[in-house]
Design a protein around this ligand. Sequence first.
Ligand code: ZN
Length: 330
Amino acid sequence: MRPTNPTLSRLILCLFFCVGASPSEAGIRTIAARGSTYVPLNNIAPYYNMQLTQAGSKRMRLKNRWHILEFETNSRRCWLNGTLLWLNNPMRKTGWQWAIEDADFEKLVDPALRPYAFLKNLSAQIVVLDPGHGGKDIGAKSPRKVYEKLLVMDVAKRVRNLLKARGLTVRLTRDGDQTLSLSERTKRAARWNADLFISLHADSATKTAEGAGTFILSLPNGYSTHGYGKGKPPATKHPGNRFDSANAVLGFRIQQNLIKATRQKDRGVKRARFQVLREAPCPAALVEMAFITNPKEEALVIQASHRAKIARGIADGIAAYLNDVKRSKK
Ligand SMILES: [Zn+2]
């Protein structure tokens, strides 16, 4: 019998054409709602052999022997093994189940959880570090006159030393205090056949803003983390978008290790359309290592011992990513 109830018709249509009709690359069933495609948490859980439980009033937790993945209800925040990852769109209740958008699953959560599945065609030898600003462009300046351009150069050299000790080839886009355009930075990375590109920065804002964060390129049609809900996000596919999955792995590895080494506030893996990320010829991330306008963090970065911790965190993150690339070949 042909259903006449419009809700019932829609439901039946949905069962035929939506559930499982466009499975994500990982083969997980998706559902269509509100003009988007969603992946329900209770479809993600069995895929990773995880148990799904409610953790407090606002959190859903997926857990197996190796990983804990947590989502906040009606929020863009999610945590993998305690590291904050910003989703493009909030986790929402879709019908009776909590679900995240397809793009957030495919281009962020899944690569962070199964890096080896996304890095097969990439290399792991040449690292290009990009100390931000330089020369006439001093970058941010703290009340006690910590210059961003000098701070990030100090950290870049420390990261270089740590990675060279691991047998990697490391180049800096600038190795002195010279002015360098943004486009020249990524051109140099391309010329040197970079396998990954890390731009190093420090932030400035209010006196109370604090913590370290790692930016990766926004997805085509996806919001930048700080631009959420403002207009329609651009659909442009930039050269850096060729590496969306690898960018997610790299961002996660750096942020995870940076926070572990420094114990600073975790501001998470975020997305932005920064020029160096758009034009990167390889997987890329931009690290904002601290807020030098916050007296507490200014006092930290003045200490060489803390700069050494920042450098160790970044170097460990790079090494973890490169290890993921090597594992993907097995
Ligand atoms: Zn900067």
